[in-house]
Design a protein around this ligand. Structure first.
Ligand code: DLL
Length: 433
């Protein structure tokens, strides 16, 4: 696959030099222009002159969502508002929404990293792209859009919802690729199957799926049911939006555009930087952003740097497929459980649709985990024995993977709620004081 930007294959030494220069400039700029950063650095006893190369990054204090909330809406911007041309916002699961800003240069950068993403999946100006991420304050829609326009392909800004209309567009406008959440890709596949639309009516070659954690099992299901090659795409509003990390055709980790976004993996408890290959919290520093250059931003996402070179020739570091967010991790009777572990088990069992819901309850101080999973329409049967066997198989596999007791409920086909954007898989009914 073609390389969109020479930075993707830059020799490591050169890249480190570039990162060092950029970090020195950014720290200086942030110290001078953003009062809350200056205070944080002063408290930590670090001066801009102490930062001479990328290795010095560990001297800098971390930032987090709390810093954004405390300085809501524009308090962390490093440029005057007259230079900001766009804002986006993300609500997250708790608290006030956070606001992020872009200068004209930042939008150009976003277009560049999104074009790298699409290009790594083989997209050129000859293609037609349907962007079915939500348009609006969420970065998915306009992020996908800017990537398509930068590549110069035809852009279809479909946004989310109205699945029947989306499927009409898929057939009539002949998009060769789609961008949407993996859970919405399944919703589209289901609609296509229910309406007996032959896959030959579609022209999709590839899809770029992200904005939520998803597993290899989910990838296999989407690829089969939509007859395309599925690429993972990663990003977060605080860093820029989609395009922070992207897969190449080797499908072995997300290449991080680390000439712009420096990646560290740290121990979530101590903040110590972890060696390559070890799972920990993903931390990013924006090396070139103008409006909102976050320094050592703790994402709460859990992943690892993949050691070694990628056969695709890109020298950019690879981040493993994400296990989820530390705040999505459930602690059940002392055991850590990620919803992706459950998805991984379910997607490997024949007869089960990849739709599921996880319910956690607490009674008499004891936690219990219930997993609702749907039967495939073609496997739906009245035969009690067959259903019991399937139920047992799911329970045993889940319990041996998670290491705790699990209650399984087999649900009728299409009974669980479908998603248009980010799927909500977990309902935690435990009361926290
Ligand atoms: O979800 C940006 C995005 C849009 C990425 C479209 C990819 C495609 P936020 O709403 O700020 O931004 O949410 C960011 O979503 O910290 C992760 O927890 C999660 N996330 C995003 N992409 C992936 C992925 C967008 N590929 C948060 N795998 C991040 C796992 C992902 N989690």
């Amino acid at each position: 696959m073609p390389i969109y930007d020479p930075a993707e294959v830059m020799p490591r030494e050169e890249l480190t030099k570039l990162q060092s220069e950029r970090l020195v400039n950014t720290v200086k700029r942030v110290y001078e222009n953003v009062a809350p950063y200056r205070e944080k650095m002063d408290i930590a006893g670090v001066r801009p002159e102490d930062i001479r190369s990328i290795e010095d990054i560990v001297k800098l204090p971390f930032t987090s969502k709390t810093d954004l909330r405390d300085n809501y809406p524009y308090g962390l911007f490093a440029v005057p508002l007259k230079d900001v041309v766009r804002v986006h916002a993300s609500s997250g699961t708790t608290g006030k929404q956070i606001v992020v800003g872009y200068t004209r240069e930042d939008l150009k950068l976003w277009g560049n990293v999104m074009a790298r993403t699409l290009s790594a999946g083989g997209i050129t100006s000859e293609d037609i792209g349907q962007c079915s991420y939500g348009y609006g304050l969420f970065t998915g829609g306009l992020g996908g859009n800017i990537g398509c326009e930068t590549i110069g392909c035809v852009t279809i800004p479909a946004s989310t919802g109205n699945t029947s209309r989306q499927v009409t567009i898929l057939q009539d406008f002949m998009p060769t690729f789609i961008l949407c959440t993996p859970s919405y890709a399944l919703t589209l596949a289901e609609y296509i199957e229910e309406n007996n639309i032959p896959l030959e009516n579609l022209h999709l070659k590839v899809g770029f799926f992200g904005a939520e954690p998803w597993t290899e099992g989910m990838r296999a299901a989407i690829e089969r049911r939509l007859n395309l090659e599925a690429y993972d795409i990663y990003g977060l509003s605080e860093v820029i939006g989609p395009g922070v990390g992207y897969e190449c055709s080797c499908h072995n980790g997300l290449h991080i555009s680390e000439d712009h976004f420096y990646l560290e993996i740290v121990d979530p408890d101590t903040g110590e930087v972890l060696p390559d290959g070890e799972m920990g919290e993903v931390v990013f520093t924006c090396l070139t952003k103008q409006a909102l250059p976050f320094i050592r931003y703790r994402t709460h996402d859990i992943g690892a740097k993949i050691p070694g070179d990628c056969p695709c020739g890109r020298t950019l570091v690879r981040l493993s497929k994400l296990a989820g967010r530390s705040d999505d991790m459930l602690i059940i009777r002392g055991v850590n459980v990620f919803p992706t572990q459950i998805e991984d088990v379910l997607t490997k069992i024949d007869g089960i649709a990849p739709h599921y819901q996880v319910i956690v309850d607490r009674k008499d101080n004891k936690d219990s985990l219930t997993v609702l999973t749907e039967l495939n329409a073609d496997k739906f049967t009245d035969e009690v024995k067959k259903l019991e066997e399937l139920h047992e198989l799911i329970r045993i596999r889940l319990e041996s993977t998670l290491g705790i007791g699990v209650r399984v409920k087999l649900m009728a086909p299409k009974s669980l709620q479908r998603s248009e954007g980010k799927a909500v898989h977990v309902i935690d009914n435990r009361k926290y004081d």
